[in-house]
Design a protein around this ligand. Sequence first.
Ligand SMILES: N[C@@H](CCC(=O)N[C@@H](CSC=O)C(=O)NCC(=O)O)C(=O)O
Length: 284
Amino acid sequence: MSASAYTTRSTHACFGGVQGFYSHASGSTGTAMNFAVYQPPQALAGARVPALYYLAGLTCTEETFVIKAGAQRLAAELGLMLVTCDTSPRGLNLPGEAESWDFGLAAGFYLDATVAPWAPHYRMGSYVNAELPALIEAHFPALPGRRGLFGHSMGGHGALVSALRHPGVWQSLSALAPISHPSAVPWGQKAFRGYLGDDPAAWRAYDACELLKAGARFPGPVLVDQGLGDQFLAQLQPDALEAAARDADQPLTLRRHAGYDHGYYFIQTFVHDHLAHHARLLKD
Ligand SMILES: N[C@@H](CCC(=O)N[C@@H](CSC=O)C(=O)NCC(=O)O)C(=O)O
């Protein structure tokens, strides 16, 4: 399989479009990577459409959002392509890779690792911000330059830091219950120590709050939703994100929702607001 080709694992008619599951040989990770694409009816009729990329959280795969979020119906109405990917490389059998659910497999944290044994393969930052959009735009009817990015939890962190680090790649941004200040919380500290080494100075490049403090900006409004019944609230630090955005004059709407936990019922409830946010910005 060449680096630019992909194989189709399955396709399913869905709200007049097609939900497909695919695999390709990734040059970023040096492994096979699974991804999924929802093509709305407009794309099947021959139009190129904006693409909204979703980054999932710890323990997830490219399938989680597709089967749990209930986003395809509105994506069909809005004419949005939905793209999801896996949350880490797989099949490497690196030492320690499968010992915990918050590091290694399904916990790639959307960064490019710099220390052994992770550095040659745990390169989800390059994968998400360069290789995957190039693959999608070469082989699916996605409009180049009309890319949105959002995600949940670890994937919300991935969306925020990707768009702050690569503002020219992404034209719209949002997050659901993101890990907003990873270098200050156990999930992020464990991942960053493992992938980036012991020096916290290196962690700032992948921390949304620290990026904002250092001058990074996303050139557009950012939408974040957070449940107040979230069992992982202490790992997420929405107040820190709000303060960093305020100090940086970064437009941010952070909505807090009483009673909602961290799971996909929360995501199902608010995902349509995120699709509408992205559609408004990507179709301007
Ligand atoms: N260890 C638990 C919890 C895992 C979990 O809640 N994962 C979240 C993301 S947490 C931060 O990135 C998730 O999205 N899970 C998928 C789901 O379907 O809810 C476990 O393994 O269950």
